[in-house]
Design a protein around this ligand. Structure first.
Ligand code: M6R
Length: 610
């Protein structure tokens, strides 16, 4: 939630910062702001709305600043307004701060500061930070001592970038709990919530550890730990291609990312399924002795990541002898669920930063579980805190709606399930071979399905006037129905609900009428006939039916007015294919309705607050 960026060097700071903020806009987009060094005062510019509004405002401002910090906001404390937008400055205007995260003790700090005579202008928790810096600096007269004190006083999660008027060649960065990376190249330095913000300028990156304080200047980067002791953090050269973070000619990131799924899946599977065997154990650092000790698996995630986990649950039940529990992170973290050294706890998160999933991870780790993160971001907090890590290798996902990360999560989770089955001896070698042989064919089948976009667009046109839509499925198709309903809600703002098809007659069937379309996910699998009966019941009540079924099916088209066919695949792998038409459907309904596809209202890509 919220993106921050900082720059100091020879370039025009506001250009680098605006460009960086646009690349971070997926993190929040209700208001944006910049602080620029002018040689004398710190100049602050803020605007409600997207970064382009701020850019427009800056057209009137003369160029010539080479130091600055910027912010794109997703409101937590205080409504969406110019005064609540970041940066915030202290009363004297000597310090300016941008912040991502939440300061839990901000009311306590605010009371204390107000007693000292400080006047607050905004309703944000961030403003307490900048006043605390200023009051503490007036006592210590030393910036490092001030920032160490700040670390000590702040409770909660934060990534901060700070400017001090007296140091026109430096920006300061501090992190605890929220992501912050530093970048550097000859004569310039950057800080940002995420690497794409400065990827056009440098690939040399330093990851800050918990509690780190950094001073970035054109002559280099100095880092201290939370006690103010100098520390070294390795400089890593990332191999990300800057084109991966652009739209490559597509109208939207979401559409580009839907189309990238074949390639993303190939990368996810590469070197991990070889000659009919799964080989992820090496990467995970697992051996048979270790794996044999586990009695249960907890899989914890939010949103789309939770739905991919629900699909994996069904396969883990089938391929392993372990007790499986899948939970939503915001529930799991507060439940009294026994979790100990006999537990494998798996955390699925595209960003690796989702606050609830991270809290669940810390809880499971404290309980003694072996923790595995399945994430797309190698530098994320989850990736750094777990015992084992499996990267999605999906490439950067910028659209707020999860698409390629969902299918890559399925691949990663299914490989873990296959690996556990084979290591524990609960999955016969010939069965593993059959499954792996089909799994490696999936990227190609996904690509064949992408050719159906125009067909799905025509179907989408019929449903742009709908106020509601139901999604149904059974077995492996129920999590896909859930994912399809979530996609439609977030992209088109049409209310959608997913149901296990067998649950219809226990209540929701009362909703059926001609204006209530129902989308059935019904591939040819062991539950096909059951779902077909449910479709007949729906048709008998005059609801309009759309179906996603396997090619060559002659019975489903008799029930459904609109049909989208997928290539055949083994029952276990149908979610890879059935989800694609649902992604296209929500994209096109949203697009025809003129929605903000890549940045739907009220949402942010990384939910780093509870
Ligand atoms: O980064 P994560 O996978 O932990 O994010 C979890 C959810 O916030 C995310 O999947 C969200 O539901 C997406 N907007 C769905 O499209």
């Amino acid at each position: 939630m919220c993106g921050i960026v900082g720059y100091v060097g020879g370039r025009e700071a506001r250009e680098v910062l605006i460009d960086g903020l646009k690349r971070l806009e997926y993190r929040g987009y209700d208001s944006a702001g910049l602080a620029l060094g002018s040689g004398e005062d710190l100049l602050i510019f803020k605007e409600v709305g997207k970064v382009v509004e701020l850019e427009r405002m800056l057209q009137e401002v003369p160029a010539g600043s080479h130091q600055g910090i910027g912010h794109t906001r997703w409101a937590t404390h205080g409504g969406v307004s110019q005064v609540n937008a970041h940066p915030h400055k202290d009363g004297s205007g000597r310090f300016a701060v941008v912040h991502n995260g939440i300061i839990e003790n901000y009311s306590e700090l605010k009371d204390e500061l107000e007693r000292e005579g400080v006047i607050f202008l905004s309703q944000t928790d961030t403003e307490a930070i900048v006043h605390l810096v200023a009051t503490s600096f007036s006592r210590t007269g030393d910036i490092l001592e001030t920032l160490v004190y700040l670390q000590k006083r702040l409770r909660g999660t934060f990534a901060l970038a700070l400017m001090w008027q007296d140091r026109p060649n430096s920006i300061y960065a501090i992190r605890r709990g929220s992501p912050l990376v530093l970048g550097s190249s000859e004569g310039e330095a950057f800080c940002a919530s995420d690497i794409p913000a400065f990827l056009p300028y440098t690939r040399r990156v330093q990851y800050l550890e918990e509690g780190d304080i950094a001073e970035a200047s054109p002559s280099g980067i100095k880092i201290w730990d939370e006690k103010g002791r100098p520390v070294e953090r390795p400089v890593v050269t990332v191999d990300w291609d800057v084109t991966l973070t652009g739209k490559s000619g597509f109208s939207h990131y979401m559409l580009k990312e839907i189309y990238e799924q074949g390639a993303a899946l190939r990368r996810s599977l590469k070197g991990r399924v070889v000659d009919g065997k799964t080989t992820v154990s090496r990467e995970l650092g697992w051996n048979v002795e270790m794996v044999s000790k586990w009695k249960k698996i907890h899989i914890v995630a939010c949103g789309s990541s939770y739905y991919s986990a629900l699909a994996a649950e069904r396969l883990l039940e089938k391929w392993t002898d372990l007790e499986i529990k899948v939970d939503i992170a915001s529930e799991y973290r507060y439940r009294h669920i026994p979790c100990d050294t006999s537990t494998l706890a798996v955390f699925v998160s595209q960003s690796g930063e989702t606050a609830d999933t991270l809290a669940a991870l810390r809880k499971a780790k404290a309980g003694g579980a072996h923790c595995l993160a399945i994430t797309n971001v190698s530098s994320s907090t989850m990736a750094r805190e777990v015992h084992s890590l499996l990267l999605l290798e999906a490439g950067p996902e910028i659209g707020v709606a999860a698409t390629k990360s969902f299918t890559s999560q399925l691949a990663a989770l299914f490989m873990v399930a296959l690996q556990l089955g084979s290591m524990r001896g609960s999955l016969a070698p010939h069965e593993e071979e059959r499954l792996v042989d089909e799994l490696v064919r999936i990227p190609h089948k996904v690509e064949l399905l992408l050719e159906k976009e125009s067909e799905v667009r025509e179907i989408a046109r019929k449903y742009t006037g709908s106020k509601n839509m139901l999604f149904i499925g059974r077995g492996m198709s129920f999590p896909v129905a859930q994912e399809g309903a979530l996609k439609l809600k977030e992209i088109s703002y049409i209310h959608a609900e997913a149901l296990a098809a067998g649950e219809m007659k226990h209540g929701p069937i009362a909703l059926l009428e001609p204006e209530m379309p129902v989308l059935a996910v019904i591939p040819r699998d062991s539950l096909y006939e059951k779902t077909l009966s449910n479709m007949q019941e729906i048709k008998a009540r005059n609801a309009s039916l759309i179906a996603v079924c396997t090619e060559g099916d002659s019975l489903v088209p008799e029930q459904a007015g609109s049909v989208i066919e997928i290539p055949w695949t083994a029952e276990e792998f149908t979610p890879f294919l059935t989800v694609i038409p649902l992604q296209f459907l929500s994209f096109h309904i949203g697009s025809i309705l003129g929605r903000e596809i890549d940045q739907p209202r009220n949402l942010a890509k990384s939910v780093t607050v509870e």
